[in-house]
Design a protein around this ligand. Structure first.
Ligand SMILES: Cc1ncc(COP(=O)(O)O)c(C=O)c1O
Length: 525
């Protein structure tokens, strides 16, 4: 599958303007030093571009991904692990096509957790043999697809998963390269995999390997470890020791082991949480080689699958303050136009996570009081961060939620039927490129409109006619030549290709065009 031709891709827009200065240490963290600054007005700058200029073009809420930081982190991994270790980017943490393309350029393969992610990998121009498929359960159709395109390997997570792979491979008469995911039941200080949902507990591994080897169309390749969030490099060494001994035992029985993946889970910092730098793994390749020699183990391919540690700190969420409320003597709430559900879901999913939020348009101001920053959805739980020190903020001020490059964009939902934010990539020369447009109503409604369409050819028409409302007309008003709608909204001519600032109005039209297309299809059917 080829990517779209160059001409179809959005163009980069040059944006760099004013001179910049260093951000005061009260707001700055070391991990942002390569791409954050501020201008003389106290406006936050990303790669030398003031954020008010960015949102003038793209609107809020908005994710900005810093290209140089993604590459820098990918290269740090490459440097630490060297040529001998294969690196696979974990697509699940941020599956944006442009980021996948970047990872390909940086020499990474991909670890995919669904057929959807395999397809994204192909769209980003990876070869099927550069894709591994690791999750807890695969349908027959999933396996058919993965086997047919010829992925590097499929990882089985349970005995039932191996049985399913064996059944399907036999039915398809297609050999499937299979890796078994093992829970080594590690306990190192506070770190434990004992309650981990991933993998087959090590005590059952003989049974699993035997089952795989007995199945005529399952080609057993080796093992996979994914131990969740690892907070100490010692854990990877301990896992390596367990797996090398396990592999030695099988090699002694004459079983060939071709691969071992030690997974991802490298920590990345949010807020005050400290993460060990990847450089703390610098001695790992040598340690691993020594381990192989000591146990007289035949070499095999060693893989790591980092995800969030590459993209998390390269993502910034920009929001606007929409109101502020005083809730008693010392209680202040600021409401922003982003939310936990649509923008930074980790704040709800991960108990206690406290994002750094910078007063992006007030970087010269001192923090004077404690506020809670709430999201804009109609849900009382939607609090982006509680008890953060901030300067005095007013409606229209900008806020930057830091470290949202992983697991935020992919987990954001349409709760309250709100569109998820668009994403732009920013480059070292200050140019920007949209890499995901804001949702459209048509994207959100299609699954339900499609059901109506299936219910009967006239159903949708009746549905639209109940209130005799022409949504499209009301939304757009009577368009005037100057591009202003009758309602006074400006209608973006570029809305649908994602390059313009996408308000609400341009997309309502898309929704109606989809309704019209559906009606047209009904008329034809
Ligand atoms: C199989 C596998 N590999 C890699 C990762 C990436 O982990 P992280 O984003 O924590 O580096 C995950 C995360 O869940 C995973 O399940």
């Amino acid at each position: 599958m080829k990517p779209p031709p160059e001409s179809a891709a959005p163009e980069r827009t040059a944006m760099r303007t004013s001179r910049h200065q260093r951000i005061s240490h009260r707001y700055m963290r070391d991990r942002w030093k390569d791409f954050l600054a501020q201008d003389t007005r106290g406006m936050l700058m990303i790669e030398g571009v003031a954020v008010d200029r960015i949102i003038e073009k793209y609107g809020t809420p908005l994710y900005v991904m810093v290209e140089s930081e993604i590459r820098r982190r990918a290269r740090r991994f490459k440097k630490v692990f060297g040529q001998g270790i294969n690196l696979q980017y974990a697509v699940k943490c941020n599956s944006n096509l442009e980021i996948l393309r970047l990872m390909r350029e940086e020499g990474f393969d991909l670890d995919c957790s669904s057929v959807g992610e395999l397809i994204l990998g192909l769209l980003a121009d990876f070869k099927p043999r550069q894709l591994t498929f690791t999750n807890l359960y695969k349908t027959e159709q999933d396996l058919h697809f993965a086997a047919k395109i010829g992925v590097q390997s499929i990882t089985a997570d349970s005995i039932e998963d191996i049985e399913q792979i064996a059944r399907t491979a036999k039915k398809l008469k297609k050999h499937i390269d299979t890796v078994i995911r093992v829970n080594p039941m590690l306990q190192i200080g506070h770190y434990s995999t004992r309650n981990n949902k991933y993998g087959i507990p090590i005590g059952y591994i003989d049974r699993a390997v035997e089952l795989a080897r007995r199945s005529p169309f399952v080609d057993f390749q080796g093992f996979h470890f994914m131990g969740g969030y690892v907070h100490n490099p010692r854990v990877f060494k301990a896992a390596a020791r367990v797996f090398v001994k396990l592999i030695k035992r099988y090699q002694d029985e004459g079983i060939r082991i071709k691969t071992l993946s030690l997974g991802g889970g490298f920590p990345a910092a949010i807020g005050d949480d400290e993460a060990f730098p990847i450089e703390a793994m610098r001695d790992f390749p040598r340690y691993f080689d020594r381990l192989l020699r000591r146990h007289n183990v035949q070499p095999f391919r060693l893989i790591f699958e980092p995800g969030k540690s590459i993209v998390l700190n390269a993502g910034i969420g920009l929001m606007k303050v929409i109101s502020k409320k005083r809730l008693g003597l010392n209680k202040r709430m600021v409401i922003a136009d982003g939310s936990t559900y649509n923008f930074v879901p980790d704040a709800i999913i991960q108990d206690g996570v406290q994002y750094d939020i910078l007063p992006a348009s007030q970087m010269n101001s001192r923090r004077i009081h404690t506020v809670t920053i709430a999201g804009n959805t109609c849900d009382a739980w939607d609090l982006i961060t509680k008890g953060i020190e901030m300067p005095k903020l007013r409606a229209g001020d900008l806020l930057a939620v830091m470290d949202v490059g992983a697991y935020a964009q992919v987990m954001a939902s349409n709760f309250n039927t709100i569109k998820r934010a668009s994403v732009v990539m920013i480059y070292p020369d200050g140019s920007t490129k949209p890499i995901r447009r804001r949702d459209r109503y048509s994207d959100m409604f299609a699954p339900e409109l499609d059901v109506l369409k299936l219910a009967g050819p006239n159903e949708l028409e009746r549905y639209n006619n109940i209130y005799r409302v022409n949504i499209d007309k009301i939304w757009r008003g009577n368009q005037k030549k100057n591009g202003k709608s009758g309602n006074g909204f400006s209608v973006s001519a570029k809305g649908s290709n994602g390059s313009g600032k996408e308000g609400q109005n341009d997309v309502a039209g898309s929704m109606m065009s989809s309704v019209k297309e559906t009606e047209r299809a009904n008329a034809l059917s």
